[in-house]
Design a protein around this ligand. Structure first.
Ligand SMILES: Nc1ncnc2c1ncn2[C@@H]1O[C@H](COP(=O)(O)OP(=O)(O)OP(=O)(O)O)[C@@H](O)[C@H]1O
Ligand SMILES: [Mg+2]
Length: 232
């Protein structure tokens, strides 16, 4: 569950204040797959960064799985984040000196899971990369690296997964595969999934599509309606 209350973000640009996000309220129930759409510069990444506690809001609060993260101190926030949120970025951010298997295993070891290696292997299999476990990121294609990043994001079974254009650096076919993988994992694990995408076709397959424009929510559709074809 993600709840945003009167959340806003301003930034200083020279002498003036720039409003990146106007105060907004949003409720995303547990298990929902919500897509965030909107033109470049509309505030999508800013919103996701605030949801993840990677950035601090100017006003308002972020409540994740019942906890208001806005008033948590740095250490408590870091601990809460590692238990609660998985994050997938457009650039894959894998550790270049660790193998695919190690990249998935490391966050589980940090969390103190005894079954880290076994589970890392299972996750690697779940994203279709069993044969590539010993390869380093530079030896994998973009789509393969993103699949490793997704396996890693799901490693500690976070109740919330945030993905900022995870298909943005991939070609169409690989983008679709990553999208399908995210949807499958959302359905099989019940993880709340928020996906930023430029792609309306992908957003249509989500449970809900939220459209931002100039830092405001301008549309919030349970399902994007598909225009019926004109009958001739
Ligand atoms: N720290 C900052 N200081 C000043 N302006 C910022 C800052 N962070 C973001 N912005 C501005 O806020 C606006 C929203 O940025 P954001 O990255 O959230 O957009 P976006 O919707 O993710 O765009 P894109 O689709 O290109 O990734 C942009 O105009 C950006 O330049
Ligand atoms: Mg962005």
């Amino acid at each position: 569950m993600i709840e945003l209350k009167q959340l806003s973000k301003q930034a200083l640009s020279g002498q003036s204040r720039l409003t990146i996000l106007h105060p907004l309220d949003l409720f995303i129930p547990a298990g929902q797959f919500a897509a965030i759409l909107g033109p470049s510069g509309s505030g999508k990444s800013t919103l996701l960064g605030l949801m993840a506690g990677l950035d601090t809001p100017t006003t308002g609060e972020v409540i994740l799985a019942g906890t208001s993260i806005t008033r948590l101190g740095e250490d408590a926030l870091a601990a809460f984040r590692s238990r609660t949120i998985g994050f997938v970025f457009q650039a894959f951010h894998l550790i270049p000196t660790a193998t695919a298997l190690e990249n998935i295993q490391i966050p589980m070891e940090i969390a103190g899971r005894r079954d880290a290696k076994k589970r890392a292997k299972a996750l690697l299999a779940a994203v279709g990369l069993s044969a590539r476990g010993h390869h380093y990121p530079a030896q994998l294609s973009g789509g393969e690296q993103q699949r490793v990043a997704i396996a890693r994001a799901f490693a500690n079974e976070p109740p919330i997964l945030l993905a900022d254009e995870p298909t943005g650096n991939l070609d169409y076919a690989n983008g679709m595969r990553i999208f399908e993988l995210l949807r499958e994992l959302n359905q099989s694990t019940g993880t709340t999934l928020v996906l930023v995408t430029h792609n309306e076709e992908l957003a249509r397959a989500a449970d809900r599509a939220i459209t931002l424009r100039d830092g405001r929510i301008v549309l919030d559709n349970p399902k994007l309606s598909i225009e019926p074809l004109p009958s001739t």
